[in-house]
Design a protein around this ligand. Sequence first.
Ligand SMILES: Cc1cc2nc3c(=O)[nH]c(=O)nc-3n(C[C@H](O)[C@H](O)[C@H](O)COP(=O)(O)O)c2cc1C
Length: 202
Amino acid sequence: MKQPYIRQEAGPGDVALTVRSRRTMRAFTDEPVSEELVMALLNDAVWAPNHGLREPWRFLFVPSEQKEAFIEHILPGFALEQHEKMRKYLHAQGSAFLIVIMPEDPRPKQWEEDLMASAALIQNFQLLAWERKLGVVWKTNDHNWNPAVRSLLGVQPGEKVTGMLHLGFFEEDQIPEPKRPRTTAEEKTQVFGKTTREGCVQ
Ligand SMILES: Cc1cc2nc3c(=O)[nH]c(=O)nc-3n(C[C@H](O)[C@H](O)[C@H](O)COP(=O)(O)O)c2cc1C
């Protein structure tokens, strides 16, 4: 089913403020994350740019009430001696999970475009979640490439896990300060035709 293009109730938000203030969250409360909220966020996030309108994504959502069952479901994908460590790690990191999966187009150009579109979708999701005070950490742990874990997640040959997003609400005082300020754009930009100390870029 295709969505209507513009949501009538959408008002102007301060995009720059959201982009700057969003932080990766790694400390969460136990408040459950509902499927309704995640679907609402995703239905906005899927308006990410994607070349050829291939919409190169699908999702596996693990709601809070299924988290324990999910962890036990994927543990057999790990070596036995890792089970306790992984159980604790996954238990501590988030109240729910959203796994973003993309098709791996065999053509390199399309593969790259699809990965970039998938990343744009994830950033849309992170920003939209932030506005609703839902914290996200985008995880690219080794197990996203582990064949046994992939199989337990239902990831098919020819698909790739772009990210496992750990989700949860958070206390304001848990928002981390950025480790350091971002380098300014001016420092990273050469302007064609403009003379700098190093000379003129031609
Ligand atoms: C592609 C990508 C992969 C990431 N993978 C991880 C990860 O595996 N584990 C983690 O703790 N954070 C991960 N992060 C989050 C970054 O560490 C985080 O964005 C960075 O520290 C900057 O912090 P900020 O998001 O609060 O600005 C990832 C971010 C991106 C964009």
